[in-house]
Write a protein that binds this ligand. Structure first.
Ligand SMILES: NC(=O)OP(=O)(O)O
Length: 310
């Protein structure tokens, strides 16, 4: 069984969402212990991850230091987070494998994802990145031309998030998997690139949704199962109300109907639900949305919100 595990922000930050190096190293250790457990059971695992906190922090650093060192664009920041998070995850996984006496090589691949230059996501920013701020601080940055939104946890910057169309470096990832490497790839949904009229690729300033990127990567590498690791054990109907109800096993059609009724927030559970539906509709065996504690049982469909085609 080939499983793609998509790690959400909680797997790369502390409980409060802080992404200091020690927080990321500690969170990666927990997540990679679960991955090592799967590898011990001979499950073939690939890993992808979010980068929302990291890429937003890096963008802010660039902007603050712009008068001292040349700033780099958002797609460069995305590339840097793929490399850094990949390095942290590899170190954590190598340590977990050594503890269990498992001999496997790990690899982190910087990957590019094709997007359309006329994607509507470039007109209406939707992807939250970086830290949360109080309204008065966000207002100053809005005055400087940035887009910030409050989705209930404080104000957060939002940037363009186009649809992922093709993982340019997918065949490299697949080759490494088939050669026996445990691969970390397509972090942050991939570095967004557009195709120029002469056929060359150019980076473009955006952050792709990592869950939608994960659904595409899962297709590209022929994964049987997509596990989307987040901070809750299930998708929930009527979330935060007395009528809240966990979603167990569900078809993509049923889950899309729940989404159409407005049950899943656009910046959080919504893209996970969409990614899970896309994956099974394109032939995946099952997609599971759950928390890190349930990854081991989720791969067999025994935990979380289990999405099947029909
Ligand atoms: N790129 C992305 O979707 O990252 P997060 O999941 O961390 O927001």
């Amino acid at each position: 069984m080939r499983v793609l595990l998509a790690l959400g922000g909680n797997a790369m930050t502390n409980a409060a969402g802080r992404a200091a190096p020690q927080d990321q190293i500690a969170a990666a250790a927990v997540a990679m212990e679960a991955v090592a457990g799967l590898l011990e059971r001979d499950v073939e695992v690939l890993i992808t991850h979010g980068n929302g906190p990291q890429v937003g922090n890096l963008l802010t650093k660039n902007e603050l230091a712009a008068s001292v060192v040349p700033p780099v664009p958002l797609d460069w920041c995305g590339a840097q987070t793929q490399a850094t998070v990949g390095f942290v995850l590899m170190n954590a996984l190598d340590a977990a494998l050594v503890r269990r006496g498992i001999r496997r090589r790990t690899a982190a691949v910087v990957t590019r994802t094709l997007v359309a230059s006329d994607d509507s996501g470039f007109i209406r920013p939707t992807k939250p990145i970086g830290r949360h701020l109080p309204a008065e601080e966000a207002e100053v940055l809005i005055g400087h031309g940035q887009t910030w939104e409050d989705r209930g946890k404080g104000w957060r910057r939002v940037v363009a998030s186009p649809e992922p169309l093709d993982i340019i470096d997918g065949p490299v990832v697949r080759s490494l998997v088939e050669a026996g490497f445990v691969v970390v790839a397509n972090g942050g949904g991939g570095i967004p690139v557009v195709r120029e009229p002469d056929g060359s690729l150019r980076g473009i300033e955006a952050v792709i949704d990592k869950d939608l990127g994960a659904a595409l990567l899962a297709d590209t590498v022929g994964a049987d199962v997509l596990v989307i690791g987040t901070d809750v054990p299930h998708a929930v109907l009527n979330y935060g109300t007395p009528d809240a109800k966990d979603v167990g096993t569900v078809t993509a059609g049923q889950l899309r109907a729940f989404a159409a009724e407005g049950h899943f927030a656009s910046g959080s559970m919504g893209p996970k639900v969409e990614a899970a539906c896309r994956f099974v509709e394109r032939g995946g065996t099952r997609a599971v949305i759950t928390d890190l504690d349930h990854i081991a049982t989720a791969v067999c469909g025994d935990a979380g919100t289990v999405v099947v085609a029909s």
